[in-house]
Design a protein around this ligand. Sequence first.
Ligand code: ATP
Ligand code: MG
Length: 353
Amino acid sequence: MPRLKIAVIPGDGIGKEVIPVGIKALEAAGRQFGIDFDWVHFDWSCETYHRTGRMMPEDGIEQLSGFDAIYLGAVGYPGVPDHISLWGLLLPIRRAFDQYVNLRPVRLFEGVPCPLASKQPGDIDFLVVRENVEGEYSSIGGIQYEGTEHEVVVQQSIFTRRGTDRIIDYAFKMAQSRTAKHLTSATKSNGIYHSMPFWDKRVQEMGKAYPDVRVDQYHIDILTAHFVRMPEHFDVVVGSNLFGDILSDLGPACTGTIAIAPSANINPEKQFPSMFEPVHGSAPDIAGQGIANPLGTIWAGAMMMQHLGYPDVHDVLLRAIENVLRTAQTLTRDMGGNAGTEALGNAVIAEIG
Ligand code: ATP
Ligand code: MG
């Protein structure tokens, strides 16, 4: 019987409320296929930071390295600056484990009210592939003449050939595996002088190996407008770290609630553990009330099973989410209902059977 060893970091705020529901759902779905889990909890969070001055222990990466995967709730809380929770936990994990792909599926489900009035469930179903370890999110740069009227700030972006090629290649592979076989690249080569023309050139070059994939590219500004006006146009969308970040928040927002959306930080070569989390944050405004939507966390768990080689478990979980949303009996407030976290979780588990 397969036994999966999963590191669990519930984190802050509603992260601590949705992760237990995700674990229950994964156990229910795993049981059907004879899969067992060892869940090992790590209480790394902004509370840890207040106590110890660190988001995670010095040997945190080492502690995580033996696991099959990492299941994360959300980190960040008022009182701890965002860059501390980000650079103290999320980014080190992504980088140490070379999770260079951030995969975020965007889908409008039947039963969820859509803010784009004219759109039907089949209209929004695409995948954002974001570069996750280099690009615009770098700490290289500096300030000169600080505090004077001549102050100059330089912030470098890093685009390596290896880093650019491997994310673009992953996106092409993803597109090729889907029915529409359509890849859209996010660029801004009319305004960004060096990195984006390079990105465009690599898209063209890598595309030669995928003649059956249709490719188009849009500047990021008009691309965001198209996301809202014609989401049905998109199949797989690839972007740099910054552009992918923006698109993968905007995408789910177009589907009614960010709380359903999952995010997978993947090391495709499986040399290191990958990490799965909901797109949403710790939501301090609703934390502790038991009303957070756990579906993004459950879907993230489904992606984890897909990555670990159990696509059937993924499908069972996703079908359960679809069915619960379609009947619209048990919805949390963000989706227009009045059910709590546990009730919605139990509805999904009942669907799993
Ligand atoms: P972060 O910086 O960590 O991304 P954030 O401040 O950008 O966090 P969230 O914490 O995701 O944003 O919250 C944004 C809004 O969405 C809040 O009003 C929050 O209550 C709501 N929200 C987020 N997640 C959920 C959820 N799972 N269920 C219900 N509402 C949610
Ligand atoms: Mg945010």
